[in-house]
Design a protein around this ligand. Structure first.
Ligand code: ATP
Ligand code: MG
Ligand code: FE
Length: 344
């Protein structure tokens, strides 16, 4: 089926078009620059930016795919989780398109969409698979038994998301937003073992309750305290060492927990998704440890890891191919939609 996917859950307006698992277009407009001076995504600003970007981005995707609206078989749209106001823009557009074209609409889960990115191209997703999704808004570990019907949340962050931790630590180090790439740059030449920053929720007593959960706010505080103490003592702050050591702590926890889930559950496949996958150290460590544990690691191209409409279209196509009925037009935007609700 020829499916157009709409993604507006955060600061990317993403419109993707797929035919089955074949990628035809992946058009994106981001309002990231508008959020830079606030040091994080501002919901109201993001929602307005979607409203402005949606029309041109739909046009761009149709042109890129060389298809007309009338050719589409269905619309897929993210209806949660994410920023309520931002989601509402996409949901409204998805319903309007479906109604006017008299085509079915599939309201789909954003996080499951990230896993759906792996359907694209000639690399069919094998299941069961563990998925680690790391972005500015999410840090989630999923067990995917069947993408269109059985996805389970193993764990998630209990405070900051991994990308958010990069953004906040960058800020306290005086680096601009978004923090991920800045920390990466600052870490060049730094010693990842220079400072032993805490690994959240990895002590035996934490593992009982939070085996697959994450926590990054303690790490952020530890970095802040370390830097303050240095400054108070009148000593210079070794930026490269701090950045490299912080990054190592984040990467270590993310990869350890993901590999532990694979090993515990006997699942020999790990999929990565989300904007933090841009981190080269994360990919390196994940590759090395997956290899050592005999786990097949799958990382979609970066353009499909960050928020995009193609992954939403791909999940919609998958639901159609698996015989699911379209969504009825009553669905709304649900900012806290659980991952088990694959389709609304
Ligand atoms: P959502 O959480 O809904 O997926 P988002 O916009 O917060 O949306 P993305 O756009 O996928 O998420 O990713 C942005 C996040 O990724 C930011 O927090 C940014 O700092 C982080 N990031 C980007 N590049 C890197 C990098 N090289 N290393 C670490 N983090 C990075
Ligand atoms: Mg984003
Ligand atoms: Fe996302």
């Amino acid at each position: 089926p020829l499916v157009l996917g709409i993604e507006t859950s955060c600061d990317e307006t993403g419109i993707g078009i797929v035919r089955g698992t074949e990628l035809l277009a992946n058009a994106i407009a981001s309002s990231m620059d508008e959020h830079a001076r606030y040091g994080g995504v501002v919901p109201e600003v993001a929602a307005r930016a979607h409203l402005e970007a949606l029309g041109p981005t739909i046009r761009a995707a149709l042109d890129e795919a060389s298809v007309d609206l009338a050719d589409l078989d269905a619309i897929a749209v993210t209806n949660g989780p994410g920023l309520a106001g931002a989601l509402m823009v996409g949901v409204g557009a998805g319903k309007a398109l479906a109604l006017s074209l008299e085509k079915p609409v599939y309201a789909v889960n954003h996080l499951v969409g990230h896993v759906g990115a792996d359907l694209i191209g000639d690399r069919p997703l094998e299941t069961p698979s563990v998925a680690l999704l790391v972005s500015g808004g999410h840090t989630s570990l999923l067990l995917v038994r069947d993408l269109d019907s059985d996805v389970e949340l193993l764990g998630e962050t209990i405070d900051d998301a991994a990308g958010e931790a990069f953004d906040k630590v960058a800020r306290l180090l005086g680096l601009p937003y978004p923090g991920g790439p800045e920390i990466d740059r600052a870490a060049v030449g730094g010693d990842p073992d220079a400072i032993r920053f805490p690994r959240g929720l990895t002590r035996p007593k934490d593992l009982d309750r939070h085996r697959y959960d994450f926590s990054f706010s303690g790490l952020k505080t530890a970095v802040a305290r370390w830097v303050e103490q240095r400054e108070a003592a009148g000593e210079p702050v070794p930026l490269a060492d701090v950045a490299a050591s912080f990054r190592e702590a984040v990467v270590d926890v993310l990869v350890s927990k993901a590999i532990a889930a694979c090993t515990d559950l006997g699942v020999p496949r790990l999929l990565l998704g989300g904007g933090v996958v841009a981190n080269r150290r994360l990919r390196e460590v994940a590759e090395a440890r997956a290899d050592a544990a005999g786990i097949a690691l799958r990382i979609p191209p970066l353009s499909l890891c960050t928020d995009n409409g193609a992954m939403i279209a791909a999940l919609g196509a998958r639901l159609i191919m698996a015989g699911h009925e379209p969504s009825t037009l009553e669905f709304g935007a649900d900012s806290t939609l659980p991952v088990t609700d694959i389709q609304s």
